[in-house]
Design a binder for this molecule. Structure first.
Ligand code: MN
Length: 728
């Protein structure tokens, strides 16, 4: 029920409450709507919120709507958001905390507001527990709602910022939990969305909550040095202003200390006290046009000497979150270093509120191109989310890499600039250029020299991809591909191929098996019975047979349970899928497989391994970095991932190479050290050349961890220089 008096009173008397006008005055984004219409729209939501939250109080004792919901709306207004988002912000807690229904909101305020409020309510229901997979899954849900409408996440940030700034009213335990969640989830996301202002505000509030003493210390020191700092800033800004006026540039200049959290970060990183952190201060120089940025830079460097290596041009090379600015640290007045940030007004807005600055509401197309273009990583993530495969662990891995690593810049042979995450390899580069280029990547040249595909790219490298139509992705690529795009494309390709492979094997098993049992005439009947085994079609049934998930015995038992002739027969053993003495190996998807260890690299549990399907000899197992594996040639499609299935008592031979100065008692000391660790040694071979002794020992270990322990202990033996795993 709507109370007509409270709704209409402001119009009649032409006066709105003070708290409401504070919101209106915060609005800077002007849409195609008169100020009066805007006020009417906002008032309706204000009145609705006040009524719905009536009687609710925050922990501080103040009215819930005024001290929280309205504050969130004010933050959104200050970020230039459209009135739909501001209304969404005002009503963001109505579904969760009052008896309001979604239908009611839709009826009163339309579909858009309703979907925003619904999105924010859904996000509120997600809690980020410490369990990894669960967290990743939640993260995913969160991002899916981002995909639907980025404004949901922007409202959530305003909500979180306000909750963090009023956190002192909560219990210590709650404060701690919320601060950790903010640190682990919201801060990285704010960084990625380019919301620098939100990020540093949150960072400061997190520091204040989790490390109040450090925060207080810095705060006190900043305040006590404030006067001096203002004087210093005035010296710098005055001289720059004077000089720039000669060029008819009237910049907006202001200086301020860096955030408490970034000062704290520097103190920890450099292990220095506050007094020795010289770059506490940053001065911003804001101009109208890009050309003026460079002109101002020239002027700056004329007045103050720049410090080498402390200059960065993010205008020419924007960060992937859209951040643009020129940074230069100079030796300012009185020999003090100061960082100057030069940018245009537009860039300033993007730098402060990131994605929110790019928000232009379009009723027909929620994803405006400018947003998508600016946040390429988001698009890549969405692509993965929309693909059939979304393993939370894999997703978390992608997210971590994408969120926390910095980027590098490399060049195509034509000189085009490409931005990739740190540790990217030629494979990532190839997939960045085009999926097809990735799929057919055979090799690569970095700076005109041929390199292995797992070489990490460095800033400024020029990359050329060599491709071949006969090449295709293989599992080993996943060991070194880091970008979301490359990893998802490789997986997609391999999954498809694995399915095809399984169908082939499945058909073979089925045909041979039925022929052997002399019931090949049942083939069609079996195939068409797929639904009895829970499959959606013939192909899926055959695929499952190929993968070993279902056997012919299982099928016949169900289809012809009374057929004694068939029952008497042994379980069919087709192909060579039976266990050999190498019971320690498990192939992904197939558990019983014939496998031999590669003699070249002797893998032990703990090593990363791959299997190589030989022609006729089943599979040989190698360490991933084994040199005898065909990494780049056309046989690499026969490389499959394998896992250990290790019994407690299983031991593995491993060759250890020990080099040291020969001396009396060396062998004895060495073997005693190993014996003390309760490890068997099956062979010792020592050669001495000049005075250098080289020993090859074969020892028996359970796994890599045990081997590493032995290496550490033997290294400590007197006169030994190096201990390592022998190659052959
Ligand atoms: Mn809230």
């Amino acid at each position: 029920m709507i109370n007509p008096i409270s709704k209409f009173a402001p119009f009649l008397v032409g006066e709105y409450p003070k708290s409401f006008m504070e919101l209106v005055n915060n609005i800077t984004h002007h849409e195609q709507m008169t100020d009066e219409d805007l006020k009417i729209n906002l008032w309706k939501a204000y009145e609705f919120g006040v009524r719905k939250h009536d009687g609710q109080k925050r922990k501080s004792g103040a009215s819930y709507f005024h001290s929280h919901c309205l504050e969130v709306a004010k933050i959104l207004a200050s970020w230039n958001m459209d009135h739909i988002t501001i209304i969404g912000g005002m009503l963001h807690d109505t579904i969760e905390d009052t008896d309001t229904t979604l239908d009611e909101i839709e009826q009163e305020f339309g579909k858009d507001v309703a979907s925003l409020v619904n999105g924010v309510s859904k996000l509120g229901g997600i809690s980020f527990s410490s369990r990894k997979a669960k967290q990743a899954g939640n993260f995913m849900k969160m991002l899916i709602s981002v995909a639907k409408d980025l404004r949901v996440i922007i409202i959530k940030f305003a909500d979180r910022l306000h909750n963090m700034s009023t956190i002192k009213h909560l219990s210590r335990i709650k404060q701690h939990r919320i601060a950790i969640e903010t640190r682990d989830v919201y801060v990285p996301l704010a960084h990625r969305l380019g919301m620098a202002q939100v990020k540093w505000k949150l960072d400061d509030l997190i520091l204040k909550t989790l490390n109040p003493k450090a925060y207080k210390d810095i705060d006190v020191k900043l305040k006590s040095s404030n006067k001096e700092r203002i004087k210093h800033i005035n010296l710098i800004t005055k001289s720059l202003q004077d000089e720039l006026s000669n060029y008819n540039i009237k910049p907006l200049l202001y200086g301020r200390p860096k955030s408490r959290s970034s000062i704290y970060g520097k103190m920890v990183e450099r292990g220095k006290p506050f007094e020795e952190i010289y770059d506490v201060l940053a001065v911003r120089l804001i101009v109208d046009k890009v050309e003026e940025c460079y002109l101002a830079l020239g002027v700056l460097h004329q007045i103050y000497k720049p410090i080498q290596d402390r200059f960065k041009d993010f205008i020419a090379m924007p960060k992937s979150n859209g951040y643009q600015s020129i940074h230069s640290t100079v030796i300012g007045p009185k020999g003090k270093m100061v960082e100057i940030q030069i940018r245009t007004k537009d860039m300033e807005q993007t730098a402060e509120i990131g994605i929110a600055a790019h928000w232009r509401y379009k009723s027909d197309n929620v994803h405006s191109e400018s947003i998508d273009g600016h946040v390429k990583w988001l698009r890549d993530l969405l692509e993965i989310l929309q693909s059939e495969e979304n393993d939370p662990k894999e997703f978390m891995h992608l997210l971590k890499i994408d969120l926390f690593n910095d980027e590098i810049f490399v060049f195509t042979p034509k000189g085009d600039l490409i931005q990739l995450p740190v540790k990217s390899t030629p494979i990532d580069f190839a997939y960045h250029v085009h999926t097809e280029v990735g799929h057919t990547c055979l090799g690569a040249k970095i700076n005109y020299k041929t390199v292995p595909l797992n070489t990490a790219l460095k800033n400024g490298d020029t990359i050329e991809i060599l491709s071949s139509d006969s090449q295709s992705p293989n599992y080993s690529w996943l060991k070194f591909a880091v970008t979301s795009k490359a990893r998802s494309q490789i997986r997609r390709f391999l999954n498809k191929k694995e399915r095809e492979e399984s169908v082939k094997i499945g058909n073979e098993i089925l045909n041979k098996g039925l022929r052997r049992l002399k019931i090949l005439n049942q083939l069609d009947k079996i195939k068409s019975s797929y639904s009895r085994f829970g499959f959606g079609g013939e192909i899926q049934l055959i695929e499952a047979i190929g993968k070993g998930e279902i056997s012919i015995r299982n099928i016949l038992d169900k289809i012809s349970p009374n057929n004694e002739d068939i029952k008497k027969d042994d379980p069919p053993r087709f192909l060579s899928f039976k266990k050999t003495e190498n019971k320690n190996i498990k192939l992904e998807g197939i558990s019983n497989i014939m496998a031999n260890f590669g003699k070249c690299c002797n893998p032990i549990p703990g090593d990363n391994m791959v299997g190589f399907i030989t022609r006729g000899r089943g599979m040989t197992v190698h360490r991933v970095d084994c040199k005898s594996l065909p990494l780049i040639d056309e046989e690499s499609d026969r490389i499959v991932p394998v896992d250990w299935e290790v019994g407690k008592k299983d031991l593995f031979n491993v060759r250890m190479k020990v080099v040291g100065q020969d001396r009396k008692g060396l062998v004895k000391d060495m073997t005693e050290t190993i014996a003390k660790l309760n490890v068997n040694m099956t062979s010792v071979d020592i050669k001495v050349k000049d005075t250098v002794a080289t020993a090859i020992l074969i020892i028996q270990v359970k796994n890599l961890k045990e081997f590493d322990r032995i290496v550490r202990n033997v290294s400590k033996v007197n006169s030994i220089d190096s201990v390592e795993r022998a190659k052959h």
